[in-house]
Design a protein around this ligand. Structure first.
Ligand SMILES: C[S@@+](CC[C@H](N)C(=O)[O-])C[C@H]1O[C@@H](n2cnc3c(N)ncnc32)[C@H](O)[C@@H]1O
Length: 258
């Protein structure tokens, strides 16, 4: 595992020059693509994204099955990971995101799932509007903070890790599911062609927002290698930092403890 300090501070969408700019652009972008977000996620990943979230939730089962556990799903978007986490146990799950139109969809999905659950097993989840870099929660609030495909979009990764650490209870767990650049194997090369050339065009066409779907592969190639993110987590003070990669090394799940 490399101990080198990662060179990248945070995401930088096209045209952004400051962190505030980058955050504003990210919020606007997700607000604009919210109506087509779920469809495109499942379509462009040929539904594998559902498996990644389910696997993440399963991995976190020991925490999720504790009825007194309090969990924050950060950058929850339309709530798919929050809902997967809720299905695995009895913990209290909160979703938070700063793009209002994404949260509206999360709430609708949670309501629909609660209404469809005949024995009342699926509760409605609370979704809150909040910036991951300035969370409206007291220190030591959560047993688990998760984030799926959201962390890469923060304008300052170290500040994000520190803010998550602040709201975690001592001994609490962080879990970051993110895209990562696959190794330079044949499958990695094919994936890169798909991700950079096909996905960005199809995503742009269907969402009507080409900038959002060219931002996606660019933000992944600027983002850390799994070892670099692990090194930053250690530097910020997390312990038991660990990661595993899935689907030919295209996504990584990092976990660690405060
Ligand atoms: C790619 S989506 C992921 C959504 C969801 N977690 C999923 O698995 O589909 C990224 C989400 O991160 C949110 N996000 C990015 N930066 C954020 C920040 N600073 N604070 C809160 N939410 C943020 C965006 O609004 C967007 O909904």
């Amino acid at each position: 595992m490399s101990n080198a300090a990662p060179p990248v501070k945070g995401t930088l969408p096209e045209g952004a020059t400051t962190e505030a700019d980058a955050s504003r652009k990210v919020r606007e972008m997700f607000s604009q693509i919210a109506p087509r977000y779920d469809f495109l996620n499942h379509f462009l990943s040929v539904e594998i994204d559902r498996t990644w979230r389910k696997r993440t939730a399963r991995q976190l089962c020991p925490i999720l099955q504790r009825s007194e556990a309090i969990v924050l799903d950060l950058c929850c978007g339309t709530g798919d990971l929050s809902l997967s986490l809720a299905r695995e146990g009895k913990a209290r799950i909160f979703g938070a995101d700063f793009a209002h139109p994404m949260l509206v969809r999360a709430k609708q999905k949670s309501e629909a799932q609660a209404a469809a659950s005949s024995n009342g097993a699926q509760r409605m989840l609370p979704f809150l509007e909040a910036d991951a870099l300035r969370l409206p929660f007291a220190d030591n609030s959560f047993d688990l903070v998760t984030t799926a495909f959201g962390f890469r979009n923060l304008s300052n990764y170290e500040a994000g890790l520190r803010e998550i650490r602040r709201v975690l209870k001592p001994g609490g767990t962080i879990a970051i599911l993110e895209f990562t650049e696959p190794p330079d194997t044949l499958s990695g090369k094919l994936y890169r062609v798909y991700f950079r050339e096909i996905l960005s065009r199809v995503g742009g066409l269907i969402s009507g927002n080409y900038a959002a779907y060219t931002y996606l592969p660019k933000s992944v190639s600027r983002f850390f290698l799994p070892t670099e993110l692990a090194a930053l987590m250690t530097q910020v003070g997390y312990v038991s930092v660990d990661f595993r990669t899935w689907t030919f090394g295209t996504v990584a799940l990092h976990t660690a403890t405060r």
